[in-house]
Design a protein around this ligand. Structure first.
Ligand code: SF4
Length: 259
């Protein structure tokens, strides 16, 4: 006698996982080697995507770049570039800034915001350069950060773009993207600089900074990153943080130039 086999148990429908497998896999903690490999692959993809990435502030000398970078705090590069031709024509040297008339500088840089504090920084910068550096912009981080209005971010911009010394510029875009890529979890700019710097050869630092900033301005926005239109989607652990629908995402992409 054959014993009838028991009917198959009813398997209740499994709820769909909250995160898609692709994203979950990508979010798993990668090994150090995998992290470095993926980081460098992302950098290569960004290099192809933005072959012309560069500092979007206009300048012709370290002093001009230093002043422009101070002005760019809480202001767009485009706005700074509208103001600097007049400023740079009027003040050509550190001594010119040191002896500048406050009201006159304030008027010129008014539209960049925080113009009183920026005027104080620029005049103080001119005085400090004359007093301590013979009127020249120093080419070392340790000296640059002692100048009024100059923090590590500004110093690295100047080192990387005016002196050819590799530097990582941790601005709001760089920090956000570095966290989305899983290169750091820190909000502290110095820590971000150190942790990201350890993933790449020094020779890549300056261009990596430009590329991340360009991608942040164009596609990987703070509030709604255009994930569905992002060429890095397959490599990015944060894919899905913004809309993945290609049509919706395409509308979020901003085209430069931003200067
Ligand atoms: S996939 Fe989304 S989060 Fe990742 S880099 Fe692209 S836009 Fe940014």
């Amino acid at each position: 006698m054959t014993v009838p086999s028991a009917p198959p148990a009813q398997v209740p429908a499994q709820p769909r996982p909250a995160t898609r497998p692709r994203r979950a896999a990508a979010q798993a903690e990668p090994s150090r080697t995998a992290l470095v490999r993926r980081a460098r692959r992302i950098n290569r993809e960004l290099a192809e995507l933005y072959p012309d990435a560069h500092c979007e502030l206009d300048f012709t000398s370290p002093l001009e770049l230093l002043v422009a970078t101070i002005l760019s705090a809480q202001c767009t590069d485009k706005r700074v570039n509208q103001v600097t031709p007049v400023l740079f024509a009027r003040y050509r040297s550190a001594a010119d800034y040191a002896a500048a008339d406050r009201d006159e500088v304030e008027k010129i840089i008014l539209t960049t915001g925080f113009f009183r504090a920026k005027t104080t920084s620029i005049i103080g910068l001119g005085q400090a350069l004359c007093d301590r550096f013979g009127g020249e912009v120093p080419g070392k981080l340790k000296d640059l950060v002692t100048l009024p209005g100059v923090g590590r971010k500004t110093a690295n911009v100047v080192l990387g773009n005016a002196f050819g010394v590799p530097g990582i510029t941790v601005d709001t875009h760089f920090g956000r993207l570095a966290r989305r890529f899983g290169w750091t979890t820190s909000d502290d700019a110095v820590k971000v600089e150190q942790e990201v710097g350890a993933l790449f050869p020094r020779s890549e630092w300056t261009m990596l900074s430009h590329r991340l900033i360009w991608h942040g301005r164009r596609i990987c926005h703070s509030r709604r990153p255009a994930c569905g239109a992002c060429p890095l989607a397959a490599l990015c652990p944060a894919y899905g943080e913004g809309p993945t629908d290609p049509v919706v995402a395409a509308r979020l992409v901003k085209s430069g130039p931003f200067s």
